[in-house]
Design a protein around this ligand. Structure first.
Ligand SMILES: *Cc1c(COP(=O)(O)O)cnc(C)c1O
Length: 876
């Protein structure tokens, strides 16, 4: 649920008393969230708003940040230093109380006294460990005591609750004393008596995370992730309506954002998926805190304290109607593999039991297992095991007596998590191909069908994870476009350029667009101010000496005229494009002819018109040399690699038909000399849809160093390909950064003029395709929504698997709660505009808007099926 950003100071509203059966909401705040006055204002505001929702509230708090560590350190000090350490903690808490405007807080002083005493006395009859637990519990006792007084003083009457009176740790006979006292576990059951008792006492409570009591009434600690676990215990005890964990990040992400900045916020997970992600690497949530909630069916929400308006991650029972998706990719490092080879022994009764007995004897718990006729390989996870080399060596020595042993380390386990993994295998071909380049030691698929794990060498994961994540998105296996499952990328939320993207122009133009669609559909509509704005954005820096528009992206006459007015030249790939330019823009506008495998006549025509022509093969000079005599030409080279959003748009590298390979450069130069052609420019265009700001600077530098070898070169054309992100949440290309990179290269090579020739960047966002809903049909699991525009109007989804945002413009702000396959009227199975799209329930006649359709939309349209493609309209 979105919360408005918080004002600096708040005061809680008064509210009517709650009925005894009012629901409970548990909200938990960690150490940094309780360490400043400002953060306590946030807690006040959030607790008050939950209360205003009509719920009773339990606020669970951690110790102030750093305090638990300080208490742990205190326990290890010699007796004479402990009192001073307790004194420092006293100062810290009193300073915060003063900052919060509270003066002397008696309830907190009580715990400060008791801490002083415990520090001075040292361990008593109860023993060292019981004393440590007692001392360390003070962090939460202090912060909660302070909080109760603060919240009440601000008008939100809050009861202080001792968590140790609410639940007891489970007495597990196999645990030793250390685990019982310092890493206790609770099995909370719904406790209606406790709920009733609390309801009689008040409406808002504040209590401690991390602590509990044991069967003997001693204070015990819950160990790692303890405070989150406490919140989930309260959630289960009280059968809460929900548990909210407020932390410093918006929730769980589809990968570790430190490794994969493009990782998406996971907005909805079921308990098992969340458990799997938490267990296989994510640190936001301790895996332990999920099972109490799963049994009680209490939803858990993770939210960012600093950014409460963000959706966060909601974890709850499984939702069936969703299309299956990979939810996350995680990695765990430090994995040790033990491979055991033996001929024909595995079938022998009791053999495996003997082998595993060795693991048990060395205190090692096995994580993944792969087995074959003569080999069993298992993995040991360092978070579950004390994996020093001595232990592993001793294990290997024991095992060597029964089989051949190989220890492989360090490895990393890369895990894909998602419900219904086996049903998604067909979407993983690119991912599997990527693993084909690596040494994969072990592959396992969990029996709950939730994960697929690959064990590889540890040193490859940092490079591998971002690539795999991108492939999963591209293959539609990780369905980042489904807004009910995935939120924005980490980069978009917290990255450098996290400034909110402006709303697309078509939102404001909605009434006009609806009118246009009512007149006629399907229909392309181009927004001229957006085209002009993009042209200006590229020209603003002044780094580019000549900017050409790649006409093939959209040759609409009105756009050509507008771009000529903005001072652009025109890059054409055919006589038809040259003619369209000639017919619409003044003769003074510069133009380029960059054909590929075009017939001789095309060159003859362009050259006769005095148009600068780019060659990318030897053939024209070898066979039609006369045409080029005395002409200035440019050469398109293949720099040996291609880039872009799809194989079909990569125009460099092996497998692409474009550009002269560099090993033919000398031959080309000799032929040009023979013909009397004057080579003035070098050109490279590696592909379309590139979002890496450094790309053009790199091409520029490569061309510049080639140019130095050639001598006669005056300009360098770095091509187009400037990308426009498909998803509204993705980061746009950083044009300033592109220009910075180019400017840097230019400083080194000031003698060459810099040319660029973008197409898509200038026009994609300016165009939308409007279509009307024709029919609605369910078939098997699919729910089809027909549109009157199909692949004859927009072929990019069918040709490149391009993703275009689709909205129901008639119901723009209605909840998008229905999963559709949006298809056109063309007789082709591939006539799909968007698969698995969330839209409001839509009806015949509704207007659909397909965004980012200004580039390579109408330009690639056809009359296939003898259906006329969408008409085009330009608006100001
Ligand atoms: C298509 C093309 C471009 C424009 O590509 P965009 O991805 O639309 O920017 C530029 N140069 C050449 C040679 C092209 O073929």
């Amino acid at each position: 649920m979105p919360d408005a950003p918080l004002p600096a100071t708040v005061s809680a509203p008064a509210a009517a008393p709650l009925p005894p059966a009012a629901p409970w909401i548990v909200v938990k705040f960690g150490g940094t969230s309780v360490a400043t006055r400002e953060r306590w204002d946030t807690i006040l505001r959030l607790a008050a708003s939950r209360r205003a929702e009509g719920a009773r509230v339990v606020v669970v708090v951690s110790a102030l940040s750093g305090v638990t560590d300080a208490l742990k350190a205190l326990c290890a000090l010699p007796p004479d230093e402990r009192v001073a350490a307790a004194g420092r903690l006293t100062e810290r808490h009193r300073a915060l109380a003063a900052e919060m405007g509270l003066g002397r807080v008696e309830a907190m002083e009580r715990w400060l006294d008791s801490l002083q005493r415990a520090a001075a006395d040292g361990p008593g009859a109860g023993g060292e460990l019981a004393w440590q637990a007692e001392v360390q519990a003070h962090g939460e006792l202090l912060s909660s005591a302070l909080g109760a007084v603060f919240l009440t003083a601000k008008g939100l009457s809050t009861q202080w609750l001792d968590a140790r009176t609410c639940y007891a740790a489970t007495d597990l006979p196999f645990l030793n004393e250390r685990a019982r006292l310092l890493s206790a576990q609770v099995e909370p059951r719904h406790d209606p008596a406790l709920a009733a008792d609390l309801a009689a006492r008040g409406e808002v409570f504040i209590t401690q995370g991390f602590i509990a009591r044991d069967g003997q009434g001693r204070t015990v600690l819950l160990g790692r992730g303890g405070s989150d676990t406490s919140a989930s215990y309260f959630g289960a005890l009280l059968r809460a309506a929900r548990v909210e964990i407020w932390t410093d990040v918006a929730g769980m992400f589809s990968a570790n954002p430190r490794q994969v900045p493009a990782a998406r916020l996971l907005t909805r997970l079921d308990y098992e998926e969340a458990q799997e992600i938490a267990t296989t690497g994510a640190k936001v949530l301790h895996p332990r805190c999920l099972s109490p909630l799963r049994e009680a069916r209490v939803p858990l929400l993770i939210k960012d304290t600093q950014r409460p308006e963000l959706a966060g991650t909601e974890i709850g029972p499984e939702v069936r109607e969703q299309a299956p998706s990979i939810k996350a990719i995680s990695s765990r490092r430090g994995i040790t593999l033990v491979s055991m080879e033996s001929v024909g022994m595995w079938q022998q009764v009791g053999f495996l039991a003997d082998v595993f007995a060795h693991f048990k004897r060395h205190g090692l718990s096995v994580d993944l297992i792969g087995s074959a006729e003569t080999n069993v390989t298992v993995s040991l996870d360092p978070t579950e095991n004390l994996l020093d080399s001595d232990v592993v060596a001793a294990l290997a020595a024991d095992l060597a007596r029964v089989c051949r042993v190989k220890v492989i380390a360090p490895c990393a386990a890369v895990t894909l998590v998602g419900r219904g993994m086996r049903g998604m295998l067909h979407k993983l071909s690119a991912v599997l191909a990527e693993f084909g380049q690596l040494r994969v030691h072990l592959i396992t698929q969990s029996s709950n069908n939730l994960n697929l794990t690959f064990v590889v060498d540890e040193d490859v994961v940092d490079d591998l994870l971002p690539r795999l994540h991108e492939m999963l998105v591209r293959a539609g296996a990780l369905r980042a476009d489904d807004a009910t499952l995935f939120g924005p990328s980490w980069q978009a939320l917290y990255g450098r350029a996290a400034a909110a993207a402006p709303a697309p122009w078509w939102r404001a133009a909605r009434p006009r667009l609806l009118k246009l669609a009512a007149e006629r559909s399907p229909r392309y509509v181009y927004h001229l101010p957006t085209v002009r704005a993009h042209a200006r954005a590229l020209r603003a820096s002044g780094v580019i000496d000549r900017l050409y528009y790649a006409v093939k992206a959209n040759p609409h006459p009105v756009l050509l005229r507008a771009l000529a007015e903005e001072g652009l030249g025109f890059e054409c790939v055919s006589p038809g494009e040259l003619a369209a330019v000639a017919a619409n823009v003044p003769a003074s506008a510069p133009r380029l002819f960059t054909p590929n495998f075009a017939p001789r006549g095309d060159y003859a025509e362009a050259l006769a018109d005095g148009i600068l022509t780019t060659l990318d093969a030897l053939h024209p000079l070898q066979h039609w040399g006369r045409l080029f005599k005395g002409r200035e030409i440019a050469l398109r080279v293949d720099l040996g690699r291609g880039l872009g959003h799809h194989d079909k748009v990569r125009t460099g590298g092996e497998g692409s038909k474009f550009g002269l390979p560099l090993d033919q450069l000398d031959a080309f130069l000799a032929l040009a000399d023979d013909c009397g052609a004057r080579l003035r420019g070098l050109h490279a265009h590696l592909g379309s849809g590139i979002l890496d700001a450094a790309h053009w600077g790199e091409v520029y530098a490569q061309l510049a160093s080639l140019a130095e070898r050639i001598g006669s070169i005056e300009f360098l054309n770095v091509g187009g390909g400037l990308g426009v992100p498909a998803h509204p949440d993705d980061l746009p290309l950083d044009v300033h950064a592109v220009m910075r990179h180019l400017a840097e290269v230019k400083r080194a090579y000031p003698q060459y003029a810099l040319w660029m020739e973008p197409g898509r960047y200038l026009v994609a966002e300016a165009g939308v395709l409007l279509a009307r809903v024709t029919q609605d049909k369910r078939k098997g699991a699919a729910h089809y929504l027909g549109a009157d525009a199909g692949m004859n109007s927009l072929i990019r989804p069918a040709l490149y698997a391009a993703w275009h945002e689709i909205v129901n413009l008639s119901r723009l702000d209605a909840e998008a709660d229905t999963l559709y396959q949006v298809v056109g009227p063309i007789c082709e199975t591939g006539d799909v505009l968007g698969s698995d799209r969330r839209l409001p329930a839509s009806a015949e006649g509704d207007v659909l808007l397909i965004a980012n359709a200004g580039a390579y939309g109408a330009a690639m349209a056809s009359r296939y099926n003898l259906r006329e493609p969408a008409e085009e309209t330009v608006i100001e």
